[in-house]
Design a protein around this ligand. Structure first.
Ligand SMILES: NC(=O)c1ccc[n+]([C@@H]2O[C@H](COP(=O)([O-])OP(=O)(O)OC[C@H]3O[C@@H](n4cnc5c(N)ncnc54)[C@H](OP(=O)(O)O)[C@@H]3O)[C@@H](O)[C@H]2O)c1
Length: 241
């Protein structure tokens, strides 16, 4: 049976990922802060387990113990859209957590490669390809790097997977999923996944529902053909209007 560790599980997208996985009978271990426990909503499911902790501050040994037996790690972490969340500590919430998880996996030396699925953004480019976003987008993004620490964190988290984990790691494979402008819908709708953005992420962004992001991430976690197709890439996901 597949076992998935989800960090950022209490977020708007994270909890949808947890639901999607539980519906597929996957064992889910959520890492959530105490005030954000999902026990009331998910706790009745026999496959739901919860760890109350702050993902980016977990001691290495603790994170290793939760990773034991896991096949997949999903990160839906994001900075809360408050002054403290955007400009306070931890400045590198997502990157630090990804670094901690990859280091713990390295120490575990698992028999099978562990898959990491990172929720990222179309505001970030895949420099492996390389992509060349429109000049207007690059201009605004270069300003956002100074003004918005969470954007830098998102860029660095994906860069860490691209450059430090790379394409041929002994224990880790990864996919960084890039939604465009996140919206909420009542259910999964039609969507497309493409290797690179087809629109200007700043001036011509398109909706991507969190339900579709969660569905795509759950498919990645459970469908080995889909995983093989996107492994080591940064698929962009748009609602198919
Ligand atoms: N908004 C957009 O249009 C857009 C587009 C593309 C990509 N994205 C990216 O998508 C990601 C997720 O978006 P979302 O709307 O689903 O996020 P969200 O609802 O804000 O959820 C964020 C998650 O991160 C956790 N978190 C925040 N600060 C934390 C901290 N200091 N320590 C530990 N956990 C912390 C939250 O936990 P708590 O519940 O405890 O606060 C929550 O589980 C973000 O990285 C965002 O940048 C956004």
């Amino acid at each position: 049976m597949i076992k998935v560790l989800v960090v950022g599980a209490s977020g708007a997208t994270g909890r949808l990922v947890v639901s999607e996985l539980l519906e597929r009978n996957i064992v889910v271990v959520s890492v959530v802060r105490a005030a954000s426990s999902l026990i009331d909503t998910m706790g009745n499911h026999p496959n739901y387990q919860e760890v109350l902790a702050n993902a980016s501050e977990m001691p290495d040994q603790e994170i290793s113990s939760h990773l034991k037996g896991c096949d997949v790690v999903v990160s839906c972490l994001g900075h809360n859209l408050t002054l403290k969340g955007m400009f306070g500590k931890p400045r590198h919430l997502v990157t630090d957590t990804i670094r901690k998880i990859t280091t713990a996996i390295l120490h575990l030396e698992p028999d099978k490669k562990i898959k990491i699925i990172l929720m990222n953004t179309t505001g970030n480019s895949n420099r492996d390809i390389p992509e060349k976003p429109p000049l207007s987008q690059r201009f605004v993004i270069s300003i956002l790097r100074f003004l918005l620490p969470p954007h830098v964190d998102n860029e660095q988290a994906a860069d860490y997977l691209r450059t430090r984990v790379g394409q041929d790691h002994a224990y880790i494979e990864w996919v960084a999923v890039r939604p465009d402008s996140l919206i909420n819908e009542s259910q999964v709708s039609k969507y497309i996944a493409v290797p690179s953005p087809t629109r200007n992420a700043i001036f011509d962004s398109a909706p991507t529902s969190r339900e579709n992001v969660a569905n795509f991430m759950a498919n990645l976690a459970t469908d080995s053909d889909l995983w093989s197709f996107w492994r080591g890439q940064m698929p962009v996901i748009y609602n198919d209007a």
